[in-house]
Design a binder for this molecule. Structure first.
Ligand code: 5GP
Length: 208
């Protein structure tokens, strides 16, 4: 059984750090590496942060229906490959998607039992400070990200869980707990319960 975890957050909320922390402690999680037409930032490595492709290549993949979902964010395309879900299913792992609000909406429609988690910084000032410390973006990009964050966070009610990222370690624990709890939700336990019930059926209770 594969559970899909969708994580959205305005850029600079600390989402990547949190996701990396949770991934490193949970080998059942498969992280989907998205495709994008944006250029690599700072120390980002192709195939690790994203698969970087041209606009033309992206549009061809759209036509070939290769994306589970895709969206245009900050003037660039971003998309999740269908292969990611197939791989997670084949390996009986859970899939983690770091995607924006539009992508989360699309996926929730096609995978209704996907779990959605929204992460946000405790305030605008802290978000701005984090974006500046990261110093990977130019001034106008930072301004745009702050502007977009203000719009994005208005959608928080559409998510199943909301994590305010005050302290990275605490938030990572919260995120890991959400994942652990969702795995034992009754609707996901059918496959695990069946052999347990069968083992009891083999030895029916003695009737007095
Ligand atoms: P960034 O350029 O800061 O890495 O990402 C910008 C936004 O694109 C973030 O909100 C991120 O979650 C979103 N994003 C990254 N990959 C995908 C994807 O595959 N699909 C969608 N819809 N959004 C994505």
């Amino acid at each position: 059984m594969t559970t899909v975890f969708i994580i959205s957050a305005p850029s600079g909320s600390g989402k990547s750090t949190l996701v990396n922390l949770v991934r490193s402690g949970d080998s059942r999680l498969l992280f989907s590496v998205s495709y994008t037409t944006r250029k690599p930032r700072g120390h980002e490595q192709p195939g690790e942060s994203y698969n970087y492709i041209s606009r033309e290549d992206f549009e061809q993949r759209i036509r070939r229906n290769e994306f589970l979902e895709y969206a245009e964010v900050f003037g660039n395309y971003y998309g999740t490959s269908r292969n990611a879900l197939q791989q997670a299913k084949a390996e009986a792992r859970d899939l983690v998607l770091d995607i924006d609000v539009q992508g989360a909406r699309q996926l929730k429609r096609s995978i209704p039992d996907a779990v959605t988690i929204f992460i946000l910084a405790p305030s605008r000032d802290i978000l701005e400070q984090r974006l500046r410390t990261r110093s990977e973006d130019s001034e106008d990009v930072i301004e745009r990200r702050l502007h977009d964050a203000a719009i994005e966070i208005r959608n928080w009610r559409e998510y199943d869980y909301v994590v305010v990222n005050h302290h990275v370690n605490e938030s990572a624990e919260t995120l890991a707990s959400i994942i652990r709890a969702e795995r034992v939700r009754r609707s996901r336990m059918e496959e695990q319960i069946r052999p347990i019930l069968a083992s009891f059926d083999q030895k029916p209770p003695m009737l007095f």
